[in-house]
Structures are given as C-alpha cells and as structure tokens.
Design a protein around this ligand. Structure first.
Ligand code: ZN
Length: 431
C-alpha cells in the first residue's frame, strides 16, 4: 500500500479492483474477491460443501458463469454479459435457444423508474434464467426471433467465505461482517468489504483488549452458514456491526440491534452524536442485511447495521448506477473513522475510582489547570474534569461519564489519563 494514500483512497482502490468481478452467493467470483482481500489482511478462506444442512437451510449448488448474450432477429448482440455483469439474472441456469419476443420478455427484467440503468436481480433458490437491461432499451425491442445464450454451470461445489480472527486479552469478541455476493455494485457490497478490510488492517499490529472477528460472507446464506457452524462461539460475542453502504454521500444511518440498548448501540449513538455530521438512528426491523440472522431470536446478538444511506433508499440502489463514481474516498474515509472510533471506545473504556472522593480535590495546587493548558476551550475542559472526578466512583465507565456529561468519549478519556497521571484517579480492574 502506498503510505501517502488516505484510507478512503485505499478503500476506493480496493473497490476498483473488485468491481469487475462477477460475484454471487457461491462460485469463483467470491474466491477471486477473497484472494484480493487476502493481499491486505491474512483472512482464512473457508469452503462449505453443497448440501450442508445449516439450520432450516442447505448450502446451495455452486454457480459459475463464463458468458451470456441475447442476439436480435438480425443477429446483433444487443445484451452482452461481457459489457456488464448485471445483464444476467444472477444464478441463471444455462440456456441456448431461439425464442419469440413475447417469450423472451418473460425473462427480461427492467426498472421503469430508472429507465437508463440496468437493475440487479437474482434467482438463487428458484431455477430460472433471465437478462436485465435498461427499460429504455427494452421498449425499443422489435418483434421477431431472438437467440439467447447463457453459458453457466450450477453444480455441486462449495459456499466460500472469508474469516479473520484477531485474538485480544479477553476472549470476548466483537464481530464485523460484510457481504461479498453482489456483482459490480460499489456501495452495496464493495464499500463494506473495504471498510472491514482496512478496519482489520488497522488492528493487526495493535495490542488488543477485545478479540475481533471479521467475516466476509455471502448475504443471508453466508451468515446462516457461519452461525450454524460456529454456534459455540456466539456466547463470546459481545457485539458487532454489519458494514454496508458506507461510500455514498448520504447521512449516516444506524439500525440498532434487536435488543436496542446494548453497549454497541450506545457506542455507535455516542460516536455519531459527536461526529459533526448528519445521522439518524432507527429501531431494529427484521429485514435488511445479515443483522437479521445475528439478531434472530435464537441468537439475539448485539449486532447493529451502520450504513450511510439506508438500503433501498438511494436512487442507484441495486442498479448499474451503484458504481465507482457513486462511492467517493472522502465518504469512505469518514465512515472508516466512525467505525474506528467505535473500536477506540471499546478498547479504551473502563472504570475509574477517585483517590480523593470526599469533596472536590483542589485542582490548582496540582497544576491541573496547566496540565490542560494550551487548549482553546479551557472552561469546557475544566467542566469535563469535574464530571470525571465526580463520576469516578467505580460504578461509571468512561462511556457512562461521556453520555451523562454530554462531552465526547475522546475528551473524557483524555482527561481521565491526566487525572491518573496526577494520582487523582485509579483504574479499577476490568468489570
Ligand atoms: Zn443488496
């Protein structure tokens, strides 16, 4: 990696490498994607055989595709998979035949409200074939005999996913997941892959309090498979986030975990509140991304979904308009920083006890006003210091103090370090 590039730029470079690959919930596209991610972080690539029972589901047959096209009555290729991966209904079975336009239309998918864009459509669990095209092109198709060709294979193989586990001082773990199943869609897929890749990268060489697990999994069936194979691990999961849609210009959206007031919910809320950017916080609902599985009642994990625009709520969603121009390095970077601040809170939060709990300590004689000198808003710092001294009773974490005082965790944490140095606070053993 070029050290002069920002993290946002690195995320965009990674997305640019991954964009042309035709991904699906299984197949070579996922393997190729994971092998590119593995150049940044040391993920393990796991293969789960077709037919493996995973709760109420089964790992499907593996899908791979080489080519696909439609030729008009004059023999011109009018739809070509080589031009755009989205032109083929994802998981199409193989076909090669000549058909009339009325029959062909039963297999064509468009999005009339976005007439110039190719929609993204899938048919994973129902055998079908089809093509996707701009509605404007669809309207101009003339009567006659068309030739359709899809060179795909749907056969026993594997479901592939990537996993990186970074152990910390405690076995309690935090999970971050991103889906890896969308072909040539940038915000919905690649932005999330980039975010958790570089978040993991930033943690690789750090001394970690918590253990972290990063999952690069196909949507729905991937999280179901992971949960089915790792049920014993789930008791150790303290919280997590599903990362997606983090590269567009929209305000942040945090969809809370099913429980709604877990530590991860509080941390995300706190970071967004102090981020200086627009955001909204919404309650859990049982559709969306893989938080659906992590928050199913049998697991009910503290896993939320932190995005910029909400899924389905931006015009380019699930179309060819969700491309590398939609995601920008500055938005990717801002999203990365929000995720990283959440990790910082996790790593730095703790309980402290005042060594001078009976009345306020005299700050002046300890040089504490000088210790926070040079700061532009000294009054605010003094107020925050009084909050920390007052709440340092061993019962309030730094996050509790930040929430109650209205100051940022970063400020409260910085002040607690000064007070420890001045021997006014002692850190309690981990709770
Ligand atoms: Zn999607």
């Amino acid at each position: 990696m070029d050290k002069f590039e920002s993290i946002g730029e690195k995320m965009h470079v990674l997305a640019t490498q991954l964009y042309p690959i035709c991904r699906s919930i299984t197949g070579e596209g996922v393997r190729e994607t994971l092998s590119i991610v593995r150049k940044q972080i040391p993920i393990e690539i796991r293969e789960v055989p077709t037919g493996t029972k995973v709760f109420d589901w089964e790992v499907p047959r593996e899908w791979n595709i080489r080519d696909a096209w439609v030729k008009d009555p004059a023999g011109n290729k009018i739809i070509d998979f080589q031009d755009h991966n989205l032109h083929v209904l994802n998981y199409s079975i193989p076909v090669h035949r000549k058909i009339e336009l009325t029959e062909l239309k039963k297999h064509l998918h468009t999005q009339p409200e976005q007439p110039d864009l190719i929609p993204y459509r899938t048919s994973y669990y129902q055998e079908n074939w089809g093509f996707c095209l701009p509605h404007r092109q669809y309207e101009q198709l003339e009567e006659g005999e068309y030739e359709v060709y899809i060179d795909s294979r749907l056969e026993p193989g594997h479901l592939t996913y990537g996993e990186l586990y970074l152990p910390g001082k405690t076995s309690e773990e935090i999970i971050f997941s991103a889906h890896v199943c969308h072909p040539s869609l940038a915000n919905d897929n690649l932005s999330g892959i980039g975010l958790i890749t570089f978040l993991a990268h930033s943690l690789l060489s750090e001394d970690r309090q918590f253990s972290y697990r990063f999952l690069f999994i196909p949507g729905t069936i991937g999280s179901i498979t992971w949960l089915a194979l790792n049920e014993d691990i789930t008791a150790r999961i303290k919280g997590g986030l599903v990362a997606s849609l983090v590269g567009d210009p929209g305000d942040f959206t945090y969809k809370k975990s099913r429980q709604g007031n877990t530590l991860i919910d509080r941390m995300v809320t706190h970071v967004l509140k102090h981020s200086g950017t627009g955001y909204r916080i919404i309650d859990f609902f049982p559709y969306g991304y893989d938080e659906r599985q992590f928050c199913s009642p049998g697991f009910d994990l503290a896993v939320g979904n932190l995005t910029r625009s909400q899924f389905g709520q931006y015009p380019e969603y699930h179309t060819s308009g969700d491309n590398l121009e939609l995601i920008r390095p500055e938005y990717l970077e801002a999203s990365f920083q929000v995720y990283r601040q959440i990790v910082d809170i996790l790593e730095q939060d703790g309980y402290y006890e005042s060594k001078n709990p009976k009345c306020e300590p005299q700050l002046g004689k300890r040089g504490l006003y000088d210790a926070i000198g040079g700061e532009s808003d000294r009054k605010e710092l003094q107020m925050a210091m009084l909050w920390v001294l007052n709440l340092a009773d061993g019962q309030h974490s730094l996050l509790d103090m930040a929430e109650r005082s209205g100051y940022s965790f970063e400020l409260i944490n910085r002040i607690s370090k000064i007070l420890v140095e001045k021997e006014l606070l002692g850190k309690c053993v981990a709770k």
